[in-house]
Structures are given as C-alpha cells and as structure tokens.
Design a protein around this ligand. Sequence first.
Ligand code: HEM
Length: 656
Amino acid sequence: MIAAMARPLIDGPIAARSRRRGAHGAPARTARRLALVLIAAWATFLSMPVLLASTAARVDGHSELLLSLPAAGSILPVGPTQISLVFSEPIEARYSALDLSDGSGAVILSAAGAPDLTDPDVLSVDLAAPLPAGSYMVTWHASSAADGHDTTGFFVFGVGSVSLSGTTQSVDASGSLHPGHDSAHAAAEIQGKAAAYGGVMVAFGLAVLALLVLIPGLGRVPRGSAYGAAVGLIAAAAGCLVLIVVGATGATTTAPDYLTYATGSRAGVLLSARLVLGLLAGLVVLVLARRGRPAQALLAGGLAASAEIGLIAAGGHAAAFSSPLPVAVDIVHVGAASIWLAGLVALGALTDFGGRTRLAPAVLGDLVRRFSALALVSIALISATGVYAAWIEIGDFTAIRSAYDANLAIKVVFFVLAVGVGALNYLDGGRDRPWLGGLSKRLLLETCLGILVVVVAANLTSGSPTGTDRPVAISPSDATLAATNGIGLAIEPGRPGPNRYLVELPARAASGMAFSLDLVRLDQPGGAPASLPLQVDPTDATGRTLAADVDRLPAGSRWTATIVETGLGGTPGSVGAFSFALDEEGISAGRQTPPIDPLVVVAILLLLGSLIGAGLSLAGRSLPRTLPATSRVAVLGGSLVGAVLGVAILVTGAPR
Ligand code: HEM
C-alpha cells in the first residue's frame, strides 16, 4: 500500500530524467525495487498483525467492569431491589445487557438493563421485588460506546444465609490486548486499523508535505503524490470496512447484524462515516489527479484526511474521558505522526526505496533539509502528545504491568530506532554519506520502522489500557497518621453514582480486627455521619485490601473519611483521615497526584519549547541544518499548537 502510494512520485521529473539518461536499465531496476518494497511492506502488513494477534488472550472484558452492586462474592442480609454494573467506559445501550439466574440456573431476567440516565458508564436494572434468600449469578455483555470494543463476564452474589463456593466473578482483563476477540478477529482488527491509520496519515501528511517541501523543492506538485493520497484514502476506507465487520461480529453473541452495528452504534457510525468519507474523497482525488490537477487533488485529500483524523480520535480511547482535551491531544498526535510518516514515504519513493538516488544532489539536499525542519517539530509534538496519552491511559511509568504496557513500550522502541536513523539523515543533510549504506537505504529503514510503529499503534489501541479503570487514590488529610500507619484510601471509579471505597493496609489485617469507614458529608452540615463496615476484598489475594460499597456518591458533595480500627480489646481508634469532593465529572478535590506529575512536565516542556521556538524564529533564527523558510513555518506552526496544548493541559489538569 505504502509503495503503491509512492510509485507515481517517481513519475515526476526524476523518472523523466532517468529515461533520458539510459532508457532501459534504471526504470527496470526501480520497478524491481518497488516490487520488492511492495512485497516487504505487504508481508509486514499481513504477518505482523497475525504475529501480534497470536498474543491475544481469549479473555472477556474491555470496558472493564469496575464494580457491581451487589458486589461479586458478597452475601447480603436482604435482597437487593436494583442491580448496577459500573464500567470503565461509557456503554452502548443496544449491545449491553445482563441476565440474572438463581442457584438452580433458572433465568429470572434476560437481556435486561439499560445505561443509567445519570451515568453512561453504568448498566442498571430495577427489580420488581427484593430477591429472596439464595445465590444468584449475573452474566453480562457490554459494548464500549467509546471505541466499540465488547465485553462479557459474570459474577455471583448471595442473599440471606447462603454460602458461595468457587469463582465468584470473571477474570478482569484490564491491560490485555484484543479482549473479547480470538486471534483471527484480532489479526483482522490490527490489519483494519493499520490500513485505516496508515492510509489517512499518508494522505494528510502528503498534503502538508506538498505545500512545505515538494512544491518549494521540486517546483510543482508531483502527480504521484496525489495518486498516493487517493490510494491512502481508499485503503483507509477498506480498513474501516474490516473494522465494521470485526465490531459487528464482536458486539453480539447471535448472528452479526452489520447494518445495525454500522448505523446504530456510536463506534459503528464513526467507522461508517470514515468509510464513506475515505471512499468519496479517494475517488475525487483520483479523478483530479488523472485530470492533471494534483494540487487541488492533494488539497481535497488533505482536508478529508484531517476530518478522518478527527473521527479516529473521537472513536479511540481518548473519547472515553469526559474532558475533550485527550481527543484534541490525540488529533495532534496522529496529525504530527502523519507529517513525519508521509515525509519518510515521499523521500523514500524519491530515492527509489533504497535504490540509487537519481535526484540531483542539490535537489535532494534541499528536500531533505526542508523535511528535516518539519520532522524535528513533528517528532517533538509526537513525543509530547504520546507521553500525555501514555500517562492518561496507563497512569504508571514505573513498570510494565500488562500486555498493553508492553505493546506501548515496543511502539516507543521502534519510534526511537526510527528517530535514531532519522538523526543520521538529518546530520547528513542530503549529502548521501555512506552511513548504513547511504541515504536511500537509511530512508528505507526509517520508513519501515515508521510502518512498524503504525502497526503496533493499531495493536495498542485494540487493547484495554490499565490506567482508565484504576481507582482514584485520595491524599491523606492527616500526614502524621498516614506516615505512622501507612494506610491508603482510593475510590473506584471516583465518579458520581455507585462507588467502592478501597482501603489499603500495610499488611494483612490480624484476625479479629474490625475496620470501618466513617464518612461525614461536609456540604450538608448536621447530616448524620455514616459508618461503613470494611470487608476484606475477595479479589486481592494479599488480604491487604478492604472494601465497602456505596450505591450513590452525589455530585457536588464534600466528605471527610476516617478509617477506624477496632482492636481485639474492642477500643476503636482512627488510623487514617482523608477528605475529598466530587463534581459532575468525578473527584475534584483530594485526588493524590504523583510527586512529579508527567502531565505538568509535558505541559511545561510544550510551553517552553513553543516560546523559545517562536522567539528564535521571529528573531530570524532557524533550526540548524534546515532551510530557513520551511523551518520558520514549521516552528511557528508547531509552537502555536504546542502552546495551546500546553496551556490547556495546565489549566484542565488530569482528564477525568
Ligand atoms: C514517543 C512516541 C510515542 C508514544 C509514547 C505514543 C503513545 C501513544 C498512546 C498512549 C496512544 C493511545 C493508545 C490508546 O488509545 O490506547 C497512541 C495512539 C496512537 N499513536 Fe502513538 N505514540 C508515539 C509515537 C507514535 C508514532 C511515531 C506514530 C505513527 C507513526 C503513532 C501513531 C499513533 C496512532 C495512529 C494512534 C491511534 C490514535 C487513536 O486511535 O485514537 N504514535 N500513541
């Protein structure tokens, strides 16, 4: 696909010149080389997903079930009148429901429940009457309205004097890749996403490149770049079609209804919009290119691709946050990556993908120095927005804890390798020094690494990030108590509605010790304090976590929470004190922040880089080893984007 997009770029002035110089030898060699690159790219594109998909564990769960009321494994004194399931992401009403059956397996409710009107992440059902004594199993199926991934699972609870044996809930698949999909679906999902990402990125990047590198450097828009954009958009549309099939198949346990999925689910509608837009724009670009109007073709392709990037971000994990900032950061991330990737593909094609560079050295040097300015700014924006996205998705850079984290690390390694090779090209400045076999081979290597990053990105976004369902840690309001006892408090999910308090002890509680959580609501003076008994959390094998569920934490409320330990002697003592507040979106005060907040670091670096870059550019300075004209536009454009993002991140803080 990438080589097919680049092929016509050869048809520009370069091929004409080589034809003049020795008609037969060179073009045949170029065709052979392009065929080789085409096969290599296609083999990578087909095999990598299968390889990556083979790591896909058939584990159910993507928009993670964070908690349920009644809780899994709990035994209630009286029967509940409502069952609520709280997920880590908003759920799709059409594809989310639960079944309730009793201990004998008799079905009490089937395909029941609907998203809560006050919280789209909650699936709940009201029961006509409290459930009588007995054990019950809830099996559930949910589809994420954010990115269309599907989930299934079960949990068991009891009422009255019953005992529950065996597993009381399904495995939590947070951090896994391709949850809910078998390897075949996983491979198709990666291929579909890689085509959908790669095609759009090349179409968008080529438009920017034509404007800032190809026209100034070659004196016109090569018709080939327009063909490249058309192929990219059409390939992206094909990728979206594959994703609709995968999505519809995963969304239901019965025969998939593709049309309903494509027109009736949020993820499906976004994919359909991308499919139609990609196809129509691809055809328009193709027609304009054939009519010899490559500039208009690229403009149309670039505009369509920028809209597609918006749709990609609106259908990704970034959309699971109520704040719009993660989506905006994602758009900049993919946009900057598009310029970098398309530049590699275009220069790769202009140097016959590892073949002999037949551009006049001056022309090649000019193009490389122009692209270097764009690449430096793009790499800075890719890294800053990538770190931002990584922090909000995994929330912990200290260890690789899941397949998702490992995949992200692999992506960064490929990127760093590509940037390393790119640094050689930058230092070479188009003089074709023999490092790693010369400029065209280095460009080919860098392009292949860039393609690998896109394929790994496709695998990554098919995973279930570990950070989004992490309970919100509350900072202690009494530092001495905290230091003495080392007891932590976290709230899951930390949004208005049903929540679970999680108390972490430094060690397993001694038997006979009792703990409770005493809550006082500060915004309703005179309100009765509540004391919740804390039970050992059955999901934590260390026995150090205690839990208590509440069916409703209201928005706009402020609380103090005291952890009370009652020893064997029966004398209660306070061992931890916390305070927190909630607004419409979640915990608005009392949230524990890391000693060094990566989001603040990213924001400051973006602001500093933008100010220095813009200042130097306005003072007439340009990035070293680049062409001043391109450097000025790239740096000023990048600084504007960087400054806006930096301020937005500082002002809005961690997205919720
Ligand atoms: C320092 C380097 C980078 C880091 C840390 C990084 C990190 C991330 C993260 C955390 C996400 C969100 C994943 C999710 O939604 O679950 C993401 C998305 C993405 N990244 Fe990167 N990335 C980097 C470089 C790149 C490069 C070089 C490319 C392309 C050449 C790229 C292409 C993408 C794409 C296409 C998405 C998907 C956007 C979506 O579906 O919403 N990234 N990246």
